[in-house]
Write a protein that binds this ligand. Structure first.
Ligand SMILES: [Zn+2]
Length: 137
């Protein structure tokens, strides 16, 4: 009888441990949007390196190499564009902090010299096209 009870308790404890374990780890939140993009960029660079290596070793044909390389470069360009766009967004946050460089006399707004989009805040980078904004005067 005592053995049976001990066994039951042991089983109960094991069952408890097994049911608790799967849910003890919360999903990790992304650190920052930049970290995610940096990771992608690093992955693309690594792929490019691997590709170059395989091409040099003779595993890839010329056409395959060129095609894959172009794909990777396109992907890289897309990531870079996203980084630039993100920087533009973060530029908004930076501009909100008091920089005291030049007090904005006019509240009219700031216009992008590249695409003519206008913003209420003094952005470092245009939120539309991502190009650097100079304070138009
Ligand atoms: Zn613009």
């Amino acid at each position: 009888m005592i053995i049976a009870v001990t066994c039951l308790i042991a089983i109960a404890v094991i069952a408890f441990i097994l049911t608790v374990r799967p849910k003890d780890l919360p999903a990790p939140e992304p650190v920052s949007p930049f970290a995610h993009l940096d990771e992608r960029k690093a992955a693309i660079y690594e792929n490019l390196r691997d590709l170059q290596f395989e091409y040099r070793v003779g595993k890839l044909s010329d056409a395959d190499y060129q095609m894959t390389k172009q794909d990777l470069q396109k992907e890289l360009a897309a990531v870079m564009a996203e980084v630039d766009k993100l920087r533009g967004t973060l530029g908004v946050e930076a501009a909100v902090k008091p920089q005291a460089a030049a007090p904005a006399k006019k509240r009219a707004g700031f216009t992008c010299p590249s695409c003519n989009a206008s913003f209420n805040t003094d952005l470092k980078f245009c939120g539309e096209c991502g190009k650097p904004m100079k304070v138009a005067q």
